[in-house]
Design a protein around this ligand. Structure first.
Ligand SMILES: Cc1cc2nc3c(=O)[nH]c(=O)nc-3n(C[C@H](O)[C@H](O)[C@H](O)COP(=O)(O)OP(=O)(O)OC[C@H]3O[C@@H](n4cnc5c(N)ncnc54)[C@H](O)[C@@H]3O)c2cc1C
Length: 361
């Protein structure tokens, strides 16, 4: 197989880049290791509603994602925040009206963030997008780039003019063979970039009735007892079904070993905090991102407690001269880590690739 640009990774950054190249009339092939597109974006359907188990918000001042919502006709709405906050202390006692509404003013998309992935899937040529196709190695020579792919145990090679690794940097460091090999500084700089939010897990509880709203609560809550440390309303834009989600504070190893117990404890926590009506959710689910090896590596198991300073490290920049580019959100200079950063990285690379391809013609 042959292509001008091989894009590795079908998350938001890879898909957005594929869209830029489509609009520029450039040749590309996108490969995704998992059996679905979206990467860290995951919107699940339950009880006729759609719920985000990955990212849920963007923020005012992030122009690219707002523009995409407009282009694809996806409605934007504000995080529900009407009503009192709750705070649960270490002893389990619940205090009404304490804490702060950390996500007030945050913006959500009707139909969830998965609406963006579906919209991209609809505008991209399906013949150029291959899921269940894992990129494993890249060799650079004077003749160009040869990439090795694994499709269900079958090895394929692709010759490409340029390759974009729209994959979390630590995944690249751990799983990709480079020929010539990366030097120590390049390898270390990949390992030093935590995959944003990859160590997190979300629990979502779906209800026919918004019991918390009916009780004058916003659904926003903090807990020092757990297992959910931070809880928010996750209901669709209008109408039901309604939902709360919480970030799980239990360490990754323990929650992987005791998934059912953690979910039952989370349900007990919702009852203790929001009342006995919470006892019978329509659905209860846990999405553990730390267990997804295409996104989280062992170093990501412990979530970072600060927002890292992202951007493409100096050591990796010379690889662009050989046609090797890095494009996940972690490489974005301004909005690194966020959805907006994935779009920023794609926009930057689309310009860089356009110049490289046009220079060849
Ligand atoms: C729980 C959670 C909550 C979050 N909340 C927010 C939020 O509210 N707002 C916000 O702005 N951001 C949030 N984020 C971050 C946001 O999800 C990311 O910024 C964004 O989705 C990253 O997109 P990406 O395309 O750069 O990477 P990814 O989505 O990680 O995509 C990378 C893709 O590469 C694929 N891949 C990996 N290895 C290979 C290989 N060898 N071959 C082929 N394919 C491969 C993976 O399967 C994956 O599909 C959150 C993330 C999580 C996990």
């Amino acid at each position: 197989m042959q292509t001008e640009v091989l894009i590795v990774g079908g998350g938001l950054s890879g898909l957005a880049l594929a869209d830029h190249l489509t609009r520029q009339g450039k040749d590309f092939l996108l490969v995704e290791a998992q059996d679905r597109l979206g990467g860290r974006i995951m919107t699940k359907e339950s009880a006729d509603g759609r719920f985000d188990l990955g990212p849920a918000w963007f923020w005012p001042g992030q122009p690219r994602i707002a523009a995409l919502a407009r282009r694809f006709n996806i409605q934007v709405f504000e995080q529900f925040s009407t009503g009192d906050l709750l705070f649960q202390d270490q002893s389990g006692a619940v205090h009404r009206g304490r804490g702060y509404a950390s996500m007030q003013g945050s913006l959500r998309l009707a139909g969830g963030m998965g609406s963006l992935i579906e919209a991209f899937s609809n505008v991209l040529d399906p013949a150029r997008v291959m899921i269940r196709t894992r990129f494993t190695a890249v060799a650079c020579s004077r003749d160009g780039i040869t990439a090795t792919l694994d499709q269900g145990g079958m090895a394929l090679t692709v010759s490409a003019g340029q390759i974009v690794l729209a994959v979390p940097p630590r995944v690249i460091a751990d799983t990709v063979r480079f020929d010539p090999a990366l030097n120590a500084a390049q390898l270390q700089s990949l390992k030093d970039m935590p995959t944003w939010m990859a160590g997190q897990a979300k629990i979502l509880a779906v209800y026919d009735t918004p019991h918390w709203r009916n009780a004058g609560l916003s659904g926003d809550a903090m807990s020092h007892r757990g297992p959910m440390a931070e809880i928010h309303d996750a209901s669709p834009m209008a109408g039901g079904p309604y939902a709360l989600f919480g970030f799980v504070g239990v360490p990754a190893g323990a929650r992987a070993a005791h998934k059912e117990e953690v979910m039952q404890m989370a349900l007990a926590q919702l009852i203790a905090m929001f009342g006995p009506e919470m006892a019978k959710p329509r659905d209860l689910m846990l999405q553990d991102w730390a267990a997804v090896l295409e996104i989280a590596r062992p170093q990501d198991q412990k979530p970072v407690g600060y927002h890292p300073n992202y951007g493409l490290p100096q050591a990796l920049r010379p690889l662009a001269e050989h046609g090797v580019h890095f494009g996940s959100t972690e490489t974005a200079e301004v909005f690194g880590g966020f959805l907006e950063g994935a779009l920023e990285a794609a926009e930057f690379l689309s310009e860089r690739l356009k110049s490289a391809i046009d220079a060849k013609v």
